[in-house]
Design a protein around this ligand. Sequence first.
Ligand SMILES: [Zn+2]
Length: 257
Amino acid sequence: MSHFDPAEFSRMLARLTPQELRQVEGIVAEARKRAEAVLEIDARAEAGGPASSCPRCGGDERIRWGRTRTGAQRWNCSGCGATWSGRSDTPLARVHRPDLVVALARDMIEAPQPMSCRRGAEVLDTSRHSIWRWRMTIIGALAPEPDGTLAGIVEADEAHQRESRKASREWVRHRRDPATTPPGGWRVWEKKLLAATDHGGHRVFEAITDAGQRAISGALLPVMARDAVLCTDGLATYARIARDERIPHFALNAGRR
Ligand SMILES: [Zn+2]
């Protein structure tokens, strides 16, 4: 770890022009995204984390073994000699920019309206195909364990997933001539998802055909524990499902939609 002297750093910043300072802000923001991704990767391999024991022999005896190219802690098994990091055996293992994928996953989970693939490609400065591929990987990684049900307070909301690869030609045509829409309209390739999460960190994405009561309850009820409480943005459909199924229901931001 290099030595960091805040006083020296601030003296250096004091000599910069406003334009140079803006450049520094961009560099710092980028570095911070990377550092946060590395922290999340390292947390997986900390004692008690899902990647804390040897992926080959399951042993717990290990020593620190340098860092990966992205800066994450690497471990070496004292039993069998295997090396691994918190990123091993995860969908992130083959991704060269885990920081971007973490940013994308945050957007999918936390943003009120997740970015389109095109916007994601612009924001994260990568190809739309990469965004689409990462999204599918993230959705796969977020799928529940076979016996996992959502318990306690369960939050549910619909999300849209634009399948950009299938529609990339339509996109190009639409970009050239905004009056052009694909046959059948955009809905043809806009996949609707029901996103549900509980406070234990379990998340479920279920494909739904529409936002009707039948589709939503068909996706939601099988993944909810019997004694769970439903928390939504107050869409009337959820209120009806909760009433019909006798689930306690809390509506946040009621009336905003
Ligand atoms: Zn081992």
